[in-house]
Ligand binder design. Structure first.
Ligand SMILES: [Zn+2]
Length: 209
């Protein structure tokens, strides 16, 4: 049984390493920003250590934290944003991966729409999100003011989630986006679709000026 767990962890680490390279290739986590995590069980998850370039992750750059985001059996330091990963795993029991990027379009748009929500309508690609099967349903992505106080920010996100029926992603203004999924493939699809939609919205704003 112990061997199984080890093998699974190796695969999860490889998923995060491969995803980090893919994200870095798209320049969605510049200058060591962002963090990637994978669920281990109800009590712990793997997350990238603070301050590592996402394109050059090694298994050593992934640490285990408990459900509250505290390091488990390691002197390594997790990112302060680990708390938001904890919150997502707690609020969305089907989530197995959480990716947080600092992309250009997510940053730019949320400097204009810096609170409330970004609403995507009539894009076929909205269907890339789990649970959405038509472009006719608006995809709403909440935007929260950025903060260095992660406890307060996590509380704000938590309270917001109480008021909505579904949520696939959220954005921190001028900072970056969070999305999650039940498989690595699904979570990568969510990131890629959001980046596409954000770029479309940004360019639409320029066109409509
Ligand atoms: Zn961040």
């Amino acid at each position: 049984m112990a061997t199984m767990v080890t093998l699974d962890q190796e695969q999860l680490k490889q998923d995060l390493i491969d995803t980090g390279r893919w994200i870095d290739g798209n320049r969605w986590c510049p200058a060591t920003s962002g963090n990637l995590s994978a669920w281990l069980d109800a009590e712990q998850f793997l997350i990238t250590v603070s301050g590592k370039g996402k394109g050059e992750l090694t298994p050593d750059d992934l640490m285990t934290v408990d459900a509250s985001g505290n390091p488990v059996n390691t002197p390594k330091r997790p990112s302060a944003e680990t708390l938001l990963h904890s919150l997502i795993y707690r609020r969305f029991p089907q989530a197995r991966y959480v990716f947080h990027t600092h992309s250009i379009y997510g940053t730019l748009i949320s400097r204009v729409i810096w609170s409330g929500e970004i609403v995507f309508r009539n894009y076929e690609l909205q269907k890339a999100f789990a649970g959405i099967d038509t472009h006719e349903v608006a995809l709403k992505v909440p935007v929260f003011g950025n903060s260095q106080d992660m406890v307060a920010l996590a509380q704000e996100v938590d309270t917001h989630l109480d008021s909505v029926q579904s949520c696939q992603a959220f954005i921190l203004a001028g900072h970056g986006l969070y999305t999650w999924g039940s498989t690595v493939k699904e979570t990568r699809r969510h990131i890629e679709a959001l980046e596409f939609l954000l770029e479309c919205e940004y360019k639409s704003m320029l066109l409509l000026k």
